[in-house]
Design a protein around this ligand. Structure first.
Ligand SMILES: [Zn+2]
Ligand SMILES: [Zn+2]
Ligand SMILES: [Zn+2]
Length: 224
């Protein structure tokens, strides 16, 4: 039976870094107030006050900055960029331009979304990987307070170097099923489903540039 103190310590270790909540709440891809022609697609984990653009980066020397990318009109981060900072091993990765990415927040869906046995424990979106429990980093964060048996944790395992090697092979196994990945991300946008059927392999890569415009308006505000 663990002592109260040990449990409190374990609980404290599960807590994400202070910048995670601000990261999930920011609006990205808007014009920078200081550099009007530049889109804000970076986040500084030290300052964490607002989304910043490339022109802002010199104001954050030595700060850990995370680049936000867009998939199906929603903000994502590369797994490689965050896995040393956050334990995201139970968040569903998606293949995007040859890199594994994760959604920052849950995405709106109609009803229960697509069929599937494995579902996000927080929003019930269907997931691809049995090993995953959450559709997004935001859903994992939301699940943390309800997780009384301490299985949800943002603590990066101490042996994170060998861990990342291990998860890399998991991810490449995941990449062996690009059709599954394509189908899922295509379904986010609804109408993209038909184009996914006709050109399955390229849809994921092509979607951010073509898809972000038509999906932006209805998806971004709900995501805040
Ligand atoms: Zn700027
Ligand atoms: Zn900074
Ligand atoms: Zn979810």
């Amino acid at each position: 039976m663990p002592s109260i103190k040990a449990m409190a310590l374990a609980d404290a270790e599960r807590v994400p870094p202070a910048w995670l909540q601000p990261l999930l709440e920011k609006n990205f891809f808007e014009d920078c107030p200081n550099h009007p022609l530049s889109n804000c697609n970076f986040f500084c984990t030290v300052c964490s006050d607002r989304a910043i653009c490339t022109g802002c980066l010199p104001d954050h020397p030595g700060h850990q900055v995370i680049q936000i990318r867009k998939l199906s009109g929603h903000g994502v981060v590369r797994v490689a960029d965050v896995e040393a900072l956050l334990n995201v091993s139970d968040v569903q990765p998606y293949l995007h331009n040859g890199h594994h990415v994760m959604f920052l927040n849950k995405r709106p869906m109609a009803g229960r979304g697509r069929a599937g046995e494995i579902r996000c424990e927080e929003c019930e979106r269907a997931l691809l990987d049995v090993a995953c429990r959450f559709c997004s980093i935001g859903c994992k964060l939301a699940a943390l307070p309800e997780d009384l048996d301490f299985t949800v944790s943002f603590a990066v395992p101490p042996e994170s170097d060998s861990e990342s090697g291990g998860s890399d092979s998991d991810y490449s196994a995941d990449g062996d099923r690009p059709s599954g990945l394509t189908r899922t991300s295509a379904q986010e946008g609804g109408e993209a489903g038909t184009s996914a059927a006709s050109k399955p392999q390229t849809t994921v890569a092509a979607e951010p540039s073509s898809g972000q415009h038509r999906q932006n308006n209805n998806s971004v505000p709900k995501n805040i």
